[in-house]
Design a protein around this ligand. Sequence first.
Ligand SMILES: [Ca+2]
Ligand SMILES: [Ca+2]
Length: 252
Amino acid sequence: MNLKALSFIGIFVASLWIACIYPNPLIRALAQEKNSSKAGAKLRKPSMADTIRANIYADNWFMLYINGELAAVDSIRFIPHNVISVDLLPSYPMTIAVMARDNADPETGMEYANTNIGDGGFILKFADGTVTDGSWKAKAFSSGPIGGDTRNPRVENTPIPDKWFEVDFDDSSWPSAKEYSEEEVKPKQPYYESDFQSAKFIWSSDVKLDNLVLFRKRITAAPDGKERTDFSNLNNIVPEQPPRGDRRGPPK
Ligand SMILES: [Ca+2]
Ligand SMILES: [Ca+2]
């Protein structure tokens, strides 16, 4: 073996030795990514401790969307006035969209056999500190009786836009919600039996004549500052432990 061949082998062995001791940054990065994707694949299953309680009161009815998905519907259309409490698995940013309706005849905008103009009102509080207030968006889509004219009652309806509850719906042109006091809304007893501390009653600018109001609010991070695991992608990964006794794998 000549000197040239020996030199070549020497350089090759030295290079191999350096590569083993000092793995290059690319290899290190790939290894880290592999580890982190492994960690992601082992996201634990959520428990009820990961959920937050939502308290919602509407005069008279509501439906609530969270991040584009229907999360709660008021089970009582008219009276008695009730609080709906549900458990939510939060994910941030969180887009909240609400349809709220005052009880009103669709032809007249009045209630109790067209003898009275009723008023609306909506309030919610989540256990992460999310509350209704004047920073929400509110837009009326049905109003009446126009001008408060109960002798010749008429209703004005505006078509509700498609996808009004979706995350990427553009509500930038909507007015801000107006806050109302407890004295103005006069909530009934169930309201006082649930936690609505720091939340404000909201509606459009006319709590009497606007009978269908849509609200929207985007919460960028949990208002209480608590770190919470995001489980919104849970169905696309393998849970940490398959259910016991089920050898076919995680639930489909
Ligand atoms: Ca009304
Ligand atoms: Ca009402």
